[in-house]
Ligand binder design. Sequence first.
Ligand code: APR
Length: 239
Amino acid sequence: MQKMQKKNIVVLTGAGISAESGLGTFRDNNGLWEKHRVEDVATPEAFERNPELVYRFYNERRKQLFSDIEPNPAHYALAKLEQALGERFLLVTQNVDNLHERAGSKRILHMHGELLSAFCCYSEKRFVLTGDIDVNSRCECCTPAQPVRPDIVWFGEMPYHMESISKALQQADVFISIGTSGNVYPAAGFVREANFYGAQTIELNLEPSENGTDFQAAEYGKAGEVVPRFVDNLIAELN
Ligand code: APR
């Protein structure tokens, strides 16, 4: 086998990649996320106003991950691409589910946090969370013990790993965006950053996204069908 060409690839994923696994996206259903307005469950103000609802909402989302939800072929294809590229590959996801990890992805940054993580509101120390938390839950890191919250980046909060992501985009030869509506910044701005630094930019989505015209190429269809085919072609091209 020939040595794979040296290409740095950054992939951004959004809710669309998990849709065929049975997880609801954010902007379908008339802008409701699992029957809730985003402003009622995904802002610091919502958490202050009605913490019970916000805890319950994320408890339910977390519980879903332990139901019959499974990674789909698009998740597995990205794990395969990572195996082929090693440290030249970086997966940046806006998703808070664990389906990429369950498909085998390791070089992954969750820029909007993770359902299976929580943090202490006082020390900001993180811990793995598989069960429920509520207003009475307390940390184990402080004395006296302090309240904890879901490790989710809400609207108005700073996404995680921005420095590493920016560095990867500067060095990227290819930037691929999958299953995201291009509505939410800073992720929606990554394509322009990648274009600016000379990367080839490609969108794989069900339909043209808000910033679809910023991409140099696009393929439309279900992620579970489009992504495995695209990845196989890419690996063949790189070999
Ligand atoms: N295959 C590919 N794309 C799909 C599929 C599918 N099977 N189903 C839906 N899509 C596309 C939709 O067409 C849409 O463009 O996925 C996109 C999902 O968009 P959003 O629901 O807006 O999700 P996302 O872009 O990930 O949202 C970004 O917003 O609410 C916040 O923090 C939250 O991370 C989230 C961020």
